[in-house]
Ligand binder design. Sequence first.
Ligand code: RB5
Length: 147
Amino acid sequence: MKIAIGSDHGGIHLKNHIKAYLEGKGYEVIDHGTYTEDSCDYPDFAKKVCDDITSGTSGAEKGILVCGTGIGISMAANKCKGIRAAVVADVFSAKMAAEHNNANVICMGERTTGIGIAEMMVDIFLATPFAGGRHQRRIDKIMALEK
Ligand code: RB5
C-alpha cells in the first residue's frame, strides 16, 4: 500500500519518524514535505497530500498529516473534495476513523502526541477496513455536503 504523508514545520519530526516507521514495514511512502524546519503554512502540505490521494497520481489511497496539534492541517484537508480527514490522538479513535468514518486521511499533532501512540494509531488506521452498512449512508451524507 502507498501512503502519502506531509506536515508543516510543527510536525516535521513526527512526520519523518512515521515515514521511516512505515518504510521499515514495507510501505511505499510519498513524502510531500515539508523538508526543512523553516516556518511554513500547513494548508500547502494538506493540499499536496490530498491532491495526490484524490487525483490518483501516485496510487496512494490513504494519507497522514502532521502539524503542531493536527487541528489546522485537518481543517485544511477537509476543505479538499473527496477527503475525509480525522484528527486522532488515541488508538480507539484511529480505529473508528477507518471503521466508521472511512477516513482517507488521519491527522495528528507532534506537540500533543508521543511517537509510541503515533505508531499505534498509524498501524490500526491502515489495518482496519471500513465497516460499510449503516456507516456508508452517513458517509454518503457527508460527501453530499460538498455539493
Ligand atoms: C504552527 O506553529 C502551528 O500553528 C501548526 O503546526 C498547527 O499546530 C496548527 O494547527
